[in-house]
Ligand binder design. Structure first.
Ligand code: TXA
Ligand code: MG
Length: 331
């Protein structure tokens, strides 16, 4: 296994180093990448992560010219406005794709492809140099919290990957927002780094949020149906006004166990805590730290308590992740 710094990859660039799948840093989370013209490496991604074959990948481009090589049809006017406002950055858009785009990338069936332009200039430089888009899901074992530091990716994937590119902790910490105009309806499929409010401000219209699927409903974004972001220990999510009293009550059941709490340093919790993870001062910090907190407490505790967040702005994306990580919801 080789770990290299992103700052050095363009100096000693050698295209052959990127023939298998490799781990890349993005502003959102670390990704497990492969060239979209390399079927063997693309298939490796699914094997290494234990990812269901029907879950399509996000394709990362470095320029508008590169985008045009993997999509067909007119780009909707709304997408032009959103790309102008948020690219490069944590927004993934769903486009119609040509029939010859790898079926592995599109999860075997769909005639659409999810594309984003990541914000990191050095990563854009690497994609430009390779001359071909990179498909990359988050670099975690399927079902585990996404990796926001290179160590998280190494913990999950170890020697199954031979090249890791490190660029320190991720700036955003939550995955990109996935958005599409599908049958003329603007739909947010996964809340993430760009908020619903920011998209609505640009489009000047309300958008539908569809980040969960009810039984029997059509699945548009296959990632929605799988278990996600979960540590190996139970996670108790406390919703509603009485969250603190409920935490105190529930803590009694875990008196003899190592109780971890993800929260805020200015809150008086009022029960013994084995390990406390401070999420930080503002909502950007909470996003940056949420996956780390779950991984960190998973290593040393028997159970995790966390309080719910309000559903506006970045809170929608944080709650999407915690709801999926939670084994118990206390209201
Ligand atoms: O921030 C991110 O988006 C990170 C970094 C590495 O770029 N990538 C990431 O990929 O989070 P992944 O595979 O963990 O999540 C991709 C999500 C999945 O929920 C998948 O179902 C959805 O995007 N998706 C991919 N292609 C799609 C398509 N054509 N239509 C609808 N949903 C799609
Ligand atoms: Mg993922």
């Amino acid at each position: 296994m080789k770990i290299v710094k992103l700052s050095g990859v363009l100096d000693g660039f050698n295209a052959e180093d990127y023939n298998n799948s490799f781990v890349i840093p993005t502003e959102t989370v670390y990704g497990l990448a492969a060239r979209i013209d390399d079927e063997k490496a693309l298939k490796q991604i699914f094997e290494i992560k234990g990812r269901p074959a029907d879950n399509p990948l996000i394709v990362h481009v470095s320029s508008m010219e590169m985008l045009k090589t993997i999509i067909v049809g007119d780009i909707p006017g709304e997408y032009h406005s959103l790309m102008k406002a948020f690219w490069p950055g944590p927004l993934t858009l769903i486009f119609k794709c040509p029939g010859d785009l790898s079926k592995v990338v599109r999860g075997n069936s769909s005639d659409t492809v999810a594309v984003r332009m990541p914000r990191n200039p050095l990563l854009l430089g690497l994609i430009e140099r390779l001359g071909v888009p990179l498909a990359a899901p988050s670099a975690n074992t399927s079902g585990r919290p996404s990796p926001t530091r290179i160590e998280h990716a190494i913990d999950d994937l170890g020697d199954k990957v031979s090249l890791y590119i490190d660029d320190g902790p991720c700036e955003v910490g939550l995955e990109s927002t996935v958005f599409g105009i599908l049958d003329s309806v603007p739909i947010l499929l996964r809340p993430g780094g760009i908020t619903r409010e920011e998209i609505e401000d640009v489009l000047q219209c309300p958008i539908l949020v569809k980040n969960t699927v009810s039984p029997g409903e059509q699945v548009i974004c296959p990632g929605q149906k799988y278990k996600h972001y979960a540590p190996s220990i139970p996670v108790y999510l406390f919703k509603g006004e009485n969250w603190r009293l409920n935490m105190v009550d529930m803590s009694r059941q875990f008196a003899d166990e190592k109780l971890g709490v993800v929260g805020f340093s200015d809150v008086e919790y009022g029960f013994p805590i084995y390990k406390f993870f401070d999420l930080g001062l503002d909502i950007k910090d909470w996003c940056r730290n949420i996956f780390s907190s779950l991984r960190e407490l998973d290593k040393s505790c028997d159970v995790i308590f966390i309080k719910a967040f309000s559903l506006d702005h970045e809170g929608l994306a944080i709650m999407d992740r915690i709801n999926k990580a939670a084994t118990h919801v206390i209201e």
